[in-house]
Design a protein around this ligand. Structure first.
Ligand code: PMP
Length: 380
C-alpha cells in the first residue's frame, strides 16, 4: 500500500479536537450522529452485527429502513400524499432519470440555467430528450450574468403546457438561491441538493424534490427523492426497473441491495433535523450563520467582494473573492493553519467559498468572520 499523504498540522479550534470543515460536500455531520454511527458500525442495537453487515432483508434492517422513511417525513414535514424514496447514487443520477420518467414524447420541459448543476441537468436532459423525441427549453440563461443571480419573477421564458420546470433552489457553486419559489404554471421539480430540509418547502407548488445526501442530510452516494403520488402515477411505466421512481417507491427503497449504511446515516440525520426544530428552525439558524459572514464581506470596504447579488444570496454557500487570486490563495492557506478547512472556491467560480450547511456550527462562522476581519486588516 502507498502511504497516505501527511496532513499539515494546524490548530484544532473545536472542543472535540476537530477542525471547522467548510467543504461543499461531502460536508461535516453533527457530532452525536457520528458517535452513534461509530457504535452502530460495530454492533447495531445489540444484534452483535454492524450496520454494514446486516442483511437488507432481515428484521433489523427492516426497522432501520422503515424508521429512516418515517423520520424523513417527520423531519421534513413531508405530506402524506408524497412518496419518500432513498435512492442509490447522487443527485446527478436523479437528474438523468428525471426526463425518462416525466418527459413524454413531443413534450417540452423547462430548465432555467443558474449554475453548473443546472447546466449539467440541461445537457443530460437533452441526451434523454433526443432519445425520447421530446425537448428541453432553457428558460433562463444565467451564464450571461456569470451566474451572479437567479431569475426574477416573470423573467423566465416558459413553455405553455411544459411537462415540468426543473430548477435548483440553491446553487452550490456560485452561492445564489431563489428567495421564493419560482412562479410557474408547470409542475415544479427542484434540485434541493444543497438546501434540503434547511428551508421549508412550498409543497403545493412542487411535484418533486431530489438531492444527494452529502450536504445537509449526511452521507454521499445516496439521494433523497420526494415525489407527489399523483405526479408519480403519470410516470413512464415502460422504463427499466432501476430507472423508475415508481418502482423504487413500490420497492420500499430496496429494489436491489441498498446503501444500508447510508440509509441508516440519513435516518439518524432526520432524527437530528427533527430535534433541531425542522426546516423552519434550520433556516433561521442559516440566516444567522450566513449573516455573520455576509456582514464581514459588506463591512470590508470592498476588500471582499461577494459573488452573488445580495437579494439572492445563499444561506448555505457564501462565496466571495479577495482583490487578487494570490490573496485568495494566502487566505485559504492561513485559514487552514487556524483550523478552517475547505475554503477554496469551486474551480469554475474561483475565489473563496464557505459552505455552512445545517450541521456546521455557529462558532465556526464566528471564527471565520473574525479571521476575515483580521486578514483584511493585515492585507488592505
Ligand atoms: N446539484 C447540486 C445543486 C449540487 O450541489 C450537486 C453536488 N455538488 C449536484 C447536483 C450533484 O450531486 P451528486 O454529486 O450527488 O451527484
Amino acid at each position: 500500500m502507498t502511504a497516505a499523504p501527511a496532513m499539515t498540522s494546524c490548530t484544532r479550534p473545536t472542543p472535540s479536537g476537530r477542525v471547522y470543515n467548510f467543504s461543499a460536500g461531502p460536508a461535516g455531520m453533527p457530532e452525536p450522529v457520528l458517535r452513534q454511527l461509530q457504535e452502530d458500525l460495530w454492533d447495531l442495537r445489540g444484534s452483535g452485527i454492524g450496520i454494514m453487515e446486516h442483511s437488507h432483508r432481515g428484521a433489523v434492517y427492516d426497522a432501520i429502513n422503515a424508521e429512516a422513511h418515517e423520520w424523513c417525513r417527520k423531519a421534513g414535514r413531508v405530506p402524506a400524499d408524497w412518496e419518500v424514496i432513498l435512492m442509490p447514487g447522487g443527485a446527478t443520477v436523479q437528474q438523468a432519470y428525471l426526463p425518462f420518467n416525466f418527459l413524454p414524447a413531443g413534450r417540452t420541459a423547462d430548465y432555467p440555467d443558474t449554475g453548473i448543476w443546472t447546466t449539467k441537468a440541461i445537457s443530460e436532459g437533452r441526451k434523454a430528450a433526443a432519445m425520447l423525441g421530446a425537448h428541453i427549453h432553457v428558460a433562463f440563461e444565467g451564464s450571461r450574468l456569470k451566474y451572479t443571480r437567479v431569475p426574477k419573477d416573470g423573467e423566465m421564458s416558459q413553455t405553455p403546457n411544459a411537462a415540468y420546470l426543473h430548477y435548483c433552489s440553491n446553487n452550490t457553486v456560485f452561492g445564489t438561491r431563489y428567495p421564493t419559489t419560482p412562479v410557474t404554471t408547470a409542475p415544479l421539480v427542484c434540485d434541493a441538493s444543497s438546501e434540503y430540509f434547511a428551508r421549508p418547502v412550498d409543497w403545493d407548488r412542487h411535484v418533486m424534490l431530489y438531492g444527494g445526501g452529502q450536504k445537509n442530510l449526511g452521507p454521499s452516494g445516496i439521494s433523497l427523492v420526494l415525489v407527489k403520488k399523483d405526479f408519480l402515477a403519470t410516470a413512464n411505466p415502460a422504463l427499466p426497473t432501476m430507472m423508475s421512481f415508481a418502482a423504487h417507491a413500490a420497492g420500499e427503497s430496496r429494489l436491489n441491495t441498498p446503501p444500508t449504511f447510508g440509509v441508516h446515516a440519513m435516518g439518524l440525520m432526520f432524527r437530528w433535523i427533527a430535534a433541531q426544530g425542522g426546516p423552519e428552525a434550520l433556516e433561521r439558524a442559516a440566516i444567522d450563520k450566513s449573516g455573520l459572514l455576509y456582514d464581514a464581506i459588506d463591512s470590508s470596504n470592498g476588500f471582499y467582494t461577494g459573488l452573488a447579488e445580495r437579494w439572492c444570496r445563499s444561506f448555505m454557500n457564501v462565496s466571495f473573492r479577495l482583490p487578487t487570486p494570490e490573496l485568495d490563495a494566502r487566505f485559504v492557506k492561513e485559514a487552514a493553519a487556524h483550523g478552517m478547512d475547505g475554503l477554496t472556491g469551486h474551480r469554475d467560480a474561483g475565489g473563496i467559498r464557505a459552505s455552512i450547511y445545517s450541521a456546521f456550527p455557529r462558532e465556526g462562522c464566528v471564527a471565520l468572520a473574525q479571521f476575515m476581519r483580521d486578514f483584511a486588516g493585515r492585507n488592505s
